[in-house]
Design a protein around this ligand. Structure first.
Ligand code: PBG
Length: 330
């Protein structure tokens, strides 16, 4: 007869240092990318209502932020631009003096050891708010590819270290890869938003980036939240087309997709913990319904545990600060 269980898992749980020793998943500033929204003007630091703690930054303020982030050991910034003018084709998206192109130059000039990643899409720049060329009330795939390729090349010309297409047009990774290679940027990696779902959790971002579609929705090009097998197919296509890093987005409602993608491909995998995921934790924290810090850390470790190598999150600064203080061990 056994007086006690053979294995007592609690032996490894009692002391914080033992827990640390046997912990399976880690989270470090090294794993994080911080998204930022850049606008025209000077000394602009305008709070974004639906994303407490996030701001619209003019280029001078963005540069300060970039220095801070690099100092915290966060490897990269993901840049989104809000143009002064929008038009049906979104032409500021590839303008040499566009908001993102100027921002990239400024950051690379002053903080050279921070990666600048650019979101390649048209929705912030088009008057109709869709991610591609609109004809007869629908978003046309193939005419959009050439514009996206132009956007990507213009970002890399300005100094972007990586480009991240988020539009979900078919064939855009191949189009961008070819255009970059032709422009002599064969060394520049593509981080593809491969499995990007048509998600309600982008709501706060669309306010922040002023990119809500003016008619219809994005379900004609972004993925159906019900599908996981299709996500693997999307990722396989992007890998074939030359993606170097693939992404699942959003993160928390799609942990199963992250897990399957990591198991299946073994490629560097990013997960984008989107604006709505951030807003939920912030809101519950403000109401006193959740401990915001702990909710943030548990969420982030879950995304890493599911298999994400890289986590794109608006919490990046808070996480880096907390890790620095080692308070997560308490
Ligand atoms: C642009 C883009 C979006 C996000 C990243 N790139 C919005 C969208 O597709 O509507 C969402 C990011 C977030 O919610 O944090 N296509």
């Amino acid at each position: 007869m056994m007086a006690h269980p053979l294995f007592r898992p609690r032996r490894l749980r009692e002391k914080a240092l033992v827990r640390k020793l046997v912990r399976e998943t880690t989270l470090a500033a090294d794993d994080l990318i911080y998204p930022a929204f850049v606008v025209d003007g000077r000394a602009v630091r305008e709070p974004i209502g639906s994303m407490p703690g996030q701001f619209h930054l003019s280029i001078d303020e963005l540069v300060k932020e970039a220095k801070d982030i690099a100092g915290m050991g966060i490897p990269g910034l993901l840049l989104f631009g809000l143009p002064a003018e929008k038009d049906p084709r979104g032409s500021e998206a590839w303008a040499d003096d566009g908001i993102v192109q100027r921002a990239v130059r400024a950051v690379k000039d002053t903080v050279p050891d921070l990666l600048v990643i650019t979101d390649v899409c048209l929705c912030e720049y088009t008057s109709h708010g869709h991610c591609g060329v609109v004809e007869d009330g629908t978003v046309k795939n193939d005419p959009t590819l050439e514009l996206l390729a132009r956007v990507a090349v213009s970002h890399v010309e300005a100094g972007a270290d990586l480009v991240a297409p988020s539009d979900m047009m078919d064939g855009r990774v191949a189009a961008i890869r070819e255009a970059l290679d032709d422009a002599n940027y064969a060394e520049t990696p593509i981080m593809a938003y491969s499995a990007k779902y048509a998600s309600v959790f982008y709501g706060p971002f669309r306010e922040a980036a002023d990119s809500a579609p003016q008619f219809g929705d994005r379900r004609g090009y972004q993925m159906d939240p019900a599908n996981a097998v299709e996500a693997l197919r999307e990722i396989a296509l992007d890998v074939d087309e030359g993606a170097d890093i693939v992404m699942v987005k959003p993160a928390l409602p799609y942990l199963d997709v992250i897990s399957r993608a990591k198991a299946e491909f073994g490629l560097p995998l990013a997960a984008y913990s989107v604006s709505g995921e951030y807003a939920m934790i912030k809101a519950a924290g403000r109401l006193g319904w959740l401990d915001e810090e702990r909710a943030m850390m548990e969420t982030m470790i879950s995304i890493r545990r599911a298999g994400a190598d890289i986590v794109i999150t608006y919490f990046a600064r808070d996480i880096a600060r907390l890790l620095e203080q080692n308070r997560h061990l308490r």
